[in-house]
Design a protein around this ligand. Structure first.
Ligand code: SF4
Ligand code: SF4
Length: 221
């Protein structure tokens, strides 16, 4: 079934698919033993090149389209899993838990992606895949269907680089690798405030993309 899920997700547009066991269920409605399918969709190099120290309208639309594709894939995967008799909860690509928790979703997608061995969390706080760097968007399906890791977890690979820290116009990136205790290595409030103050006319200040554009791991072509 795992191979079938991977094949379907790929046919539907996923560029990376990984599997893992989560260390704890993210919501009380799920059983203790939960697994995740991590899905990544690659962003367009040409679109990312339109980000020049500030987001672009083209990037904002592209970001939303990538999220919509991810949500479709996660939704359809969840249906396939349910048909097999297991429960499945698709977590949308861009999800927050409302006013009291504006910067977190039910489960950080990057947690599932890292546990699935698809990449690591960089100093930017972004997930960096081995193959595409941070030029990906993510979604997740949480399930009680037993799934097996196909890839080992990858160590942080930023090395001495601090390009994103220097480039961030908000000064929101600390320039340190993420800690293992879940502490963030960037300030989401600072990032969000800057975007809202400066880019309100582009997607109501919800995207920036500068830290993605400048990351050398992305090898923009
Ligand atoms: S999205 Fe923009 S403001 Fe936010 S951390 Fe990245 S570069 Fe800084
Ligand atoms: S710009 Fe450099 S430090 Fe920042 S995430 Fe990319 S590789 Fe890591």
């Amino acid at each position: 079934m795992q191979a079938k899920l991977k094949q379907l997700a790929t046919e539907w547009g996923a560029d990376l698919v990984g599997f893992c066991k989560l260390t704890a269920p993210p919501v009380k409605e799920l059983p203790d033993n939960v697994y995740a399918v991590s899905i990544a969709v690659k962003l367009s190099d040409a679109v990312l090149k339109t980000i020049d120290g500030a987001p672009s309208f083209v990037y904002f639309q592209h970001y939303r389209t990538a999220n919509a594709l991810l949500d479709q894939i996660a939704f359809r995967l969840a249906r396939e899993i349910e048909k097999s008799g297991f429960s499945a909860l698709p977590v949308a690509a861009s999800q927050s838990l409302g006013k009291n928790n504006p910067y977190i979703g039910m489960l950080p997608h990057k947690t599932a992606a890292v546990l699935s061995g698809l990449g690591f969390v960089g100093k930017s706080g972004l997930f960096l895949s081995e193959k595409y760097g941070s030029k990906v968007r993510l979604a997740t399906v949480i399930t009680d269907m037993p799934l097996t890791n196909e890839l080992p977890v990858i160590e942080n690979g930023c090395g001495d680089c601090r390009i994103c820290q220097t480039a961030c116009p908000a000064g929101a990136i600390y320039g340190t690798p993420p800690t293992t205790d879940g502490e963030r290595n960037f300030d989401p409030e600072k990032c969000s405030r800057y975007m809202k103050e400066h880019f309100q006319d582009i997607g109501r200040g919800s995207v920036c993309g500068v830290c993605i554009k400048v990351c050398p791991k992305n090898k923009l072509r």
